[in-house]
Design a protein around this ligand. Structure first.
Ligand SMILES: *Cc1c(COP(=O)(O)O)cnc(C)c1O
Length: 397
């Protein structure tokens, strides 16, 4: 069996641990960090052949770096894509995708429930270069269909959405995109390939904020784009190597070590979140719990079909609006008040006054961001301790 055949037969956890590392002459077991800006050629002819592309190999770390390459190969096989390019942040991954695949006159059709900075990038910056974006409700396939234009080149979404955990039908939206000659881009940050593989469902591109679950311990900022050899391996990579918002070798090393435990961590995040969601539903001070693993969730059936588990993020609405939500958050002793998610440490936010604070009252209402809404990114502490902290905080409002 060739090395390639052996790797192709591996399951996800094995790929996440074993893919991409070509051991050096030192015989190291853990992947090395190559902190070098450039690489040496054996001769003038070799330098010329590398530069012309006739011969593969490293030239300069803005283009390629062996440590970054291990991370890219691992994430590519985990998502089931032929190519992956690593970026300096999740936002850099989205920018590189847009710069690589769009031109002036093109139109983006996006879910309205996306990361705030992504909306800013589309509205305030891409618009200056002649790319227009319009927004539709994530779960309304007829709205997506009705908003398609002749110039629509990209469909963009996150699923589950933040903070209401709404679920998009990836296969249906991929089909819609392809009937119109457009591409579907999925931000797979909340699920990771451990829970959902959008490329298998027909999406063309997956983007990641590696900052979240891929790292998993809140240490580094990074991102990635995964897809086929032409769209990602050539077009997006071309932007990256020229524009230079590449991932540093150190950060790549942190993320590739994070991938090794991704499946294990995601399973534990999901178990804790599911237990917490079920418990929150029984609490008198809680009006509504949003978690796709609950029977009360409007897309519970789609979630079960599309995802391996329901994820580590939930939100809930307390009676008493902002005042109650803020006093609950302030009473927490274990959970951290911070916007990051996908960390071993559980985190809590009040979306209406932070991540979604720039929206007007009408926009918040349309998006379902109530003043009493609280988001929890459930970490890996003992579930009894997480529950006890929320119980004592709920008792005070
Ligand atoms: C955090 C986040 C991003 C942006 O990633 P950065 O690494 O912070 O640049 C994009 N999409 C989603 C869903 C995120 O949660």
């Amino acid at each position: 069996m060739s090395e390639q055949q052996r790797e192709n037969a591996w399951g996800l956890a094995t790929r996440a641990i074993r893919t991409g590392h070509r051991r050096t002459a030192e015989g190291e077991h853990s992947e090395p960090i190559f902190t070098t800006s450039s690489f040496v050629f054996g001769s003038a002819a070799e330098a010329a052949a590398r530069f012309s592309g006739d011969e593969p190999g490293n030239i300069y770390s803005r283009f390629t770096n062996p440590t970054v390459d291990i991370f890219q190969q691992r994430l590519a096989v985990m998502e089931g894509g032929a190519s992956c390019v690593a970026t300096a942040s999740g936002m850099a991954a989205i920018l590189a995708t847009c710069m690589g695949l769009l031109q002036a006159g093109d139109h983006i059709l996006s879910s309205r429930s996306i990361f705030g900075s992504t909306t800013m990038l589309f509205n305030n910056y891409l618009s200056r270069f002649g790319v227009e974006t319009s927004y539709v409700p994530l779960t309304d396939i007829d709205a997506w269909r009705g908003a398609m234009r002749r110039e629509t080149r990209l469909l963009f979404l996150e699923t589950p959405s933040n903070p209401l955990t709404e679920i998009a039908d990836i296969s249906a939206l991929a089909e819609l995109a392809h009937t119109h000659g457009a591409l579907l881009v999925v931000d797979n940050c909340f699920c990771t390939p451990a829970l959902q593989r959008p490329l298998q469902l027909g999406a063309d591109i997956v983007v990641h904020s590696a900052t979240k679950y891929l790292d998993g311990q809140g240490r580094c900022v990074g991102g990635a784009v995964v897809g086929d050899g032409e769209l990602v391996g050539e077009k997006v990579f071309g932007v990256l190597r020229t524009a230079g918002f590449t991932m540093s070798p150190f950060n790549a090393w942190v993320f590739l070590k994070g991938l090794e435990t991704l499946q294990l961590r995601m399973r534990a995040h999901c178990e804790n979140a599911a237990a917490l969601a079920r418990w929150l539903e029984t609490q008198a001070a809680v009006e509504r719990v949003h978690y796709p693993g609950l029977g009360s969730h409007p897309q519970a059936e789609l979630c079960a079909r599309q995802q391996r588990a329901a994820g580590g993020i939930l939100s809930f609405r307390v009676c008493g609006g902002r005042e109650a939500a803020w006093s609950l958050i302030d009473a927490l002793e274990l959970l951290s008040i911070t916007a990051n998610l996908g960390d071993t440490k559980s985190t809590v936010t009040h979306p209406a006054s932070t991540t979604h604070g720039r929206l007007s009252a009408e926009q918040q209402q349309a998006a379902g961001i109530d003043q009493g809404l609280i988001r929890v990114a459930v970490g890996l502490e003992e579930i009894d301790d997480i529950r006890a902290d929320l119980a004592q905080a709920l008792a005070r409002i």
